[in-house]
Design a protein around this ligand. Structure first.
Ligand code: PMP
Length: 320
């Protein structure tokens, strides 16, 4: 399937047509993976389009850049404003949001410092990452032969483009072996995360997820699901989890901006629980979707509403 992109892309403060948004092949990022990025979503809620936790995503973008000693020439507010402006100009109601900070064109030594730090923001309409069937019934996954990056190698807290070389190895292996997704362990053999999603396990009504020290990306959906679960009265524990917890779990599910909340029905061909979506997964999924669709109260202030061009002219702005 060809990339479905259309509309404008924001590049260093300018709005550029999708087909014109190009960089030079000698850009540092292409050769050495010197870039950090984000993936957020704008939902078409019952109160109009709204970005989900955009502030948290842009903060993580700035944090990722800081870890890699990149001085971003825009602050958090300017990038957030640019995202909102771009969504409005493109007239999207629901879209995936991809800000990217990268080392551009200057020289091709490994030393990145001479290269400029460039910023781009692109949007595209992207529905569910897995099928509707998967969201209701669950995925068949395998534990990858590839581990996540060891501590003190590639920082997993930074959402760096370079980390996704490891993600691609995990994803390709899973696909070629007939699975929807792979789960990586950390280099100690404990549970880490999927190629692009965090993981949760339920056993005896208690919800577990690996801690930030288990080579995971500190996911914003993970944080939201922990909060939602605690709001619903569940006991949630962030703790180091051995691989075999997956095999004896009552429920296992992935979370992430792209996958939202997606159940897992088997791991390494071992059935999870009864081999279908469990009740706690379903309750958390329901709550998550209710919040992002605007059907439940946004008690944590996660939705940033934006006026559509139409609403702007009729004066019914809901933007905060
Ligand atoms: N882990 C990895 C490796 C990811 O790429 C993602 C997606 N950004 C996640 C976890 C989930 O993070 P979030 O909920 O912030 O999208």
């Amino acid at each position: 399937m060809a990339f479905p992109g259309t509309g404008l892309i924001w590049m260093n403060g300018k709005f550029v047509e999708w087909d014109q948004a190009q960089i030079h092949v000698a850009s540092h990022v292409i050769h050495y993976g010197s870039g950090v990025f984000e993936g957020a979503r704008c939902y078409d809620t019952r109160n109009g389009p709204a970005c989900f936790r955009l502030d948290a995503h842009i903060r993580r973008l700035i944090d990722s850049a800081k870890i890699y000693r990149m001085e971003v020439p825009y602050d958090q507010q300017q990038i957030s404003d640019a995202v909102v402006d771009l969504i409005k100009r493109n007239g999207f109601k629901a879209c995936y949001i991809r800000p990217l900070v990268y080392r551009g064109y200057d020289s091709l030594g490994v030393n990145p410092f001479p290269c400029p730090v460039d910023v781009a923001i692109m949007l595209w309409e992207w529905g569910a990452y897995f099928t509707k069937e998967a969201i209701e019934e669950g995925l068949d996954v395998k534990i990858s032969t590839w581990a996540r990056n060891a501590p003190n190698t590639m920082p997993s807290m930074a959402k760096s483009v370079a980390n996704y070389a490891n993600s691609q190895l995990i994803k390709m292996e899973a696909i070629l072996e007939g699975y929807a997704e792979g789960i990586a362990l950390d280099t100690d053999g404990n549970l880490s995360e999927g190629s692009g999603q965090n993981i949760f396990i339920v056993r005896d009504g208690v919800i577990h997820t690996p801690p930030v020290g288990s080579s995971i990306l500190s996911g914003i959906t993970r944080d939201s699901v922990v909060t939602i679960a605690r709001d619903l009265g569940f006991d949630v524990r962030e703790q180091v989890l051995p691989r075999e917890m997956l095999y004896v779990a009552d429920e296992v599910f992935f979370v992430g901006t792209a996958v939202e909340v997606t159940p897992i029905k088997s791991v390494d061909k071992i059935k999870v629980g009864r081999g279908r979506r469990g009740p706690i997964t379903e309750a958390l999924q329901q709550r998550f979707f209710d919040i992002v669709r605007g059907d439940a109260a946004d008690t944590h202030g996660w939705l940033q509403h934006l006026e559509t061009p139409q609403a702007a002219t009729s004066g019914s702005s809901t933007r905060r």
